[in-house]
Write a protein that binds this ligand. Structure first.
Ligand code: HEM
Length: 462
């Protein structure tokens, strides 16, 4: 191969390193190995020997799409049981990914996203009303309410479907089925397909949940066909869009898969980001003060508009810094197209999976210096952000890479900016438990565990 073999913990026959990973906190295990081995190491996992890279420089190098591609392994492979042709989980070589990518990229572009502003605003305002009605002494389960917001927003904006999650304690059957589907896909990725099929009950339930998801998505699709209302959204883009390269359209299966995919990909990631942002704000009162000052100066007490979104640089920096320290997708994989050497010395074999461990590469001291572990939004203000991206191109990758990067980035950003601005405009916040220390709950994504806060109206509702 040329190049040095990777260091790593001793791997055992059959199980490799699986038993050395704490399944309740993969991040803790990876952190421990990172402390021990440094910029790169290898773990023997169910899909093969995997390299873990933990520095911005190596992350940048393996982001070269001429040398590495996205592999469909682990959770992604299992998710295909429910959404075989969804964009997130389909290999780049399969034609249906390319068609969806070309048809949908314009639908997630700046103009359509701005056209979604009124609906995003409406759901954000509903959350503000809900918290206002709670009164100042009620503890708010922050992640749960942000999850309701994110789900309702993606469902409304993508397919004109209202979950009305704020009004029910019981979640909509689609949401329960989706949560079970995600958890079980995670479990299955460790057990493997054969072992999973032996657990009859969970296997039956898994496929029943998938059916629930697909039936509901199918009924949304049928209703739109039966009643085409001229509405422009992601569903209509998929129904009407013709791929300029192949002249093909997406078939019903692919449309359903992508509707479900948007809900899956779009809700926990965005709600996790918002929840972490509030942990950070409440732990850093000076930052919170500055953020509120920006909202007061730029928006005041009047209505929030789409134009305001571009005029809130400090809040933008807060979200960037939040995703740096707490990337809600803390790692993702690529796969070597050929035998290669990275970092000038490390051997990577053709087909080998490389995991980009953002939870550590985002704290690389070579990029962020001695304050790498601290929450300092100022370093993410446009000018500094642009400088960092020139000097250290792999410095910040929370939305993934290249053509397989997040298609919903602008969507998530606008949604998060609206709710941040609206909450800061209307409330004073404090932590329910002032001694709360950040603990991370890991599912397919991450969120703060057990974080609650109280919200007191600053003045009448705006
Ligand atoms: C892909 C992060 C919000 C839809 C990705 C990837 C990351 C990511 C890291 C690449 C994963 C990989 O390489 O395996 C995030 C974060 C979000 C967010 C941090 C919020 C803060 C959204 C939203 C949507 C969405 C709101 C939908 C409206 C997708 C889709 C893909 C994707 C469809 C697959 C794209 C492709 O491979 O063609 N996202 N995402 N994401 N995301 Fe997001």
């Amino acid at each position: 191969l040329g190049g040095l073999p990777l260091p790593g913990p001793r791997a055992y026959p059959i199980v490799g390193n699986v038993l050395q990973i704490d399944t309740s906190s993969t991040l803790k295990s990876l952190d421990k190995f990172t402390d021990q081995y440094g910029e790169i190491y290898r773990l023997v996992l169910p899909w093969g020997t995997t390299a873990i890279v933990t520095t911005a420089a190596l992350v940048h190098e393996v982001s070269d799409e001429t040398r590495f591609k996205k592999p469909i392994i682990a959770d992604l492979e299992q998710l295909r049981n429910g959404v075989p042709a969804g964009m997130f989980t389909t290999p780049t070589e399969e034609p249906v990914w390319g068609i969806a990518h070309r048809v949908l990229t314009p639908a997630f572009g700046p103009v359509p996203i701005q056209e979604m502003f009124p609906e995003m605003h409406e759901l954000a305002a509903q959350l503000v009303m809900k918290w206002a009605r709670h009164g100042p002494e009620q503890s708010i389960a922050v992640s749960e309410d942000f999850t309701r917001l994110a789900l309702d927003t993606i469902a409304l904006c993508s397919m004109n479907f209202r979950f009305n999650s704020y009004y029910h304690d019981e979640l909509h059957p689609f949401i329960t089925a989706m949560a079970n589907f995600l958890t079980e896909s995670g479990n299955r990725s460790l057990k493997g397909n054969f072992l999973s099929s032996l657990f009859f009950w969970s296997s039956n339930k898994y496929f029943a949940d998938i059916k629930t998801l697909r039936d509901i998505a199918q009924s949304v699709l049928d209703a739109r066909r039966a009643n085409p209302n001229g509405r422009k959204d992601l569903l209509s883009a998929m129904l009407d869009g013709v791929d300029r390269k192949t002249g093909e359209k997406l078939d019903d299966g692919a449309i359903i898969d992508n509707l479900i995919t948007f809900l899956i990909a779009g809700h926990e990631t965005t709600s996790g980001m918002l929840s972490f942002a509030f942990v950070m704000l409440l732990k850093n009162p000076e930052t919170l003060k500055k953020a509120r000052q920006e909202v007061d100066e730029v928006i005041g007490r009047g209505p929030i508009t789409a134009e305001h979104m571009k005029k809130l640089p400090y809040i933008t920096a807060i979200l960037r810094e939040t995703l740096r320290l707490c990337p809600t997708i803390p790692s993702y994989g690529v796969q070597a197209l050929e035998d290669t050497v990275i970092g000038g010395k490390w051997a990577i074999a053709k087909g080998q999976v490389v995991l980009l461990y953002l939870a550590r590469s985002h704290r690389d001291k070579a990029v962020y210096g001695e304050t790498a572990d601290e929450f300092i939004p100022e370093r993410m203000l446009d000018e500094n952000f642009d400088r960092l991206s020139k000097e250290h191109p792999g410095f910040w990758k929370p939305f993934g890479n290249g053509q397989r990067g997040c298609i919903g980035r602008a969507f998530a950003w606008q949604e998060a900016m609206v709710i941040m601005a609206m909450l800061l405009q209307n409330f004073d916040f404090k932590m329910s438990d002032p001694s709360y220390e950040l603990k991370i709950k890991e599912t397919l994504t991450t969120k703060p565990e057990g974080f609650e806060m109280k919200a007191k109206l600053r003045h009448g509702l705006t």
